[in-house]
Design a binder for this molecule. Structure first.
Ligand SMILES: [Mg+2]
Length: 303
C-alpha cells in the first residue's frame, strides 16, 4: 500500500533537514567567505563561492544523533601562473589562510581535495578549490588532488542540471527518494555507500520515456520503482562497476568504492528492495505498515 501520510510524516519528522540547521550552515559559510575574501594572499585568486553536492541538490538530510552532516562548497578560483606545476598550492593557500585565523585554526583539516572545517559534533563544511577556465560558470572546471598533486576535471553545474532534469521527470520524487535511501543507510548502518554514488545510481534509473502516471505520480510509487530498478542494476555487478559522472565524461566515481563496501551494499540493498516491493504490493493496511517499518524503522509509523 502507498500510505502517503506515513511517507510525508517520516520525511517531515526524521529525514528532511530542519530550517535551523540550514540557517546555521549558511551563517558558517558566510563567515568563511568573509574570512577568505578578506585575506590578502587569496584575494587575487578567489572568485566566489557556490554550493555543491547534496546542499546544492537539496538531498542533504538530518544527521543521526551521533553523526555529523556534511556540506560541500566550491571555492571558485582563478588560474595562478606560479602554481601551474604545483596545483596542491591552491589547497595549501586556503588552509594557510584559515590557519591564520584563531577561530578556525583548531577546526580545520587538510584533506585530499578539500579543506574541512568542523563545527562541534553537528556538521562540517568542505571547501573545495575549483579552477575555472573560460568566462562563465559553465566552462571548464578542475579540482585539486593534493596527494597526487594533479588537477581533475569536474562539472558541478552540469551535474546539478542533470539531477534537476531527472527530478523534474520524476515530479520532485527523485529528490525525496534519494533522501529516504540516505536515511535508510544512516539509520540502520547496514551499508555505507558515498552519497554521490547512491545519487548517480538512483537518478540514472529515471527515464523520460516512462509512463509518468504509472511511475512517478506519487512518492511511494516513485520510491518503489527506483529502488527496484537500482537493485536490478546493482545485482548485475558482483564487483564494483564503473560509475561515470553523467556531467563529465572523463571523470568517474568508481575510485570511491571498495570491493567489500560494494558487496555489503549489494546484499543489503537486495534485502531492502525485497521488503519495499512486498510493502508496496501488500493490500492489507496493517501488514503493509509492518513491512514498511522493516525498511524505514518504527519511525515510519510511530507506535
Ligand atoms: Mg564533503
Amino acid at each position: 500500500m502507498k500510505l502517503h501520510e506515513y511517507f510525508a510524516g517520516l520525511l517531515t519528522r526524521q529525514v528532511n533537514i530542519d530550517r535551523t540547521r540550514l540557517a546555521d550552515l549558511q551563517q558558517h559559510v558566510d563567515a568563511l567567505a568573509e574570512c577568505l575574501s578578506g585575506d590578502v594572499a587569496l584575494k587575487r585568486v578567489l572568485r566566489g563561492f557556490s554550493r555543491q553536492g547534496s546542499w546544492a541538490h537539496r538531498t542533504i538530510i538530518r544527521p543521526q544523533p551521533d553523526r555529523e552532516y556534511d556540506a560541500d562548497v566550491i571555492l571558485r578560483m582563478r588560474h595562478h601562473r606560479g602554481w601551474a606545476q604545483d596545483p596542491q598550492q591552491y589547497l595549501h593557500a586556503v588552509h594557510a589562510s584559515l590557519a591564520r585565523n584563531e577561530l578556525y585554526r583548531p577546526r580545520i583539516e587538510l584533506k585530499t581535495r578539500c579543506v574541512r572545517v568542523s563545527y562541534a559534533g553537528d556538521c562540517h563544511v568542505d571547501l573545495v578549490p575549483c579552477l575555472e577556465y573560460g568566462f562563465s560558470y559553465f566552462d571548464e572546471h578542475l579540482i585539486v588532488n593534493r596527494t597526487e598533486n594533479t588537477l581533475e576535471p569536474v562539472n558541478p553545474a552540469g551535474f546539478a542540471r542533470w539531477f534537476e532534469g531527472k527530478d523534474c521527470v520524476a515530479a520532485g520524487n527523485l529528490r525525496k527518494t534519494v533522501r529516504l535511501l540516505k536515511f535508510v543507510r544512516d539509520f540502520h548502518g547496514q551499508f555505507d555507500i558515498p552519497s554521490v554514488v547512491l545519487t548517480v545510481l538512483v537518478a540514472g534509473r529515471v527515464s523520460r520515456w516512462d509512463e509518468f502516471w504509472l511511475r512517478y505520480r506519487d512518492l511511494p510509487s516513485a520510491f518503489t520503482t527506483l529502488v527496484d530498478r537500482t537493485n536490478t542494476l546493482v545485482q548485475g555487478f558482483p564487483e564494483p562497476p564503473h560509475i561515470g559522472d553523467p556531467s563529465c565524461p572523463s571523470a568517474d566515481f568508481s575510485g570511491r568504492l571498495g570491493g567489500a563496501e560494494w558487496s555489503r551494499f549489494r546484499s543489503s540493498f537486495n534485502q531492502y528492495a525485497g521488503r519495499v516491493s512486498e510493502a508496496f504490493d501488500e493490500t492489507r493496511r496493517n501488514s503493509s505498515i509492518a513491512l514498511w517499518r522493516e525498511v524505514f524503522s518504527d519511525e515510519f509509523a510511530p507506535r
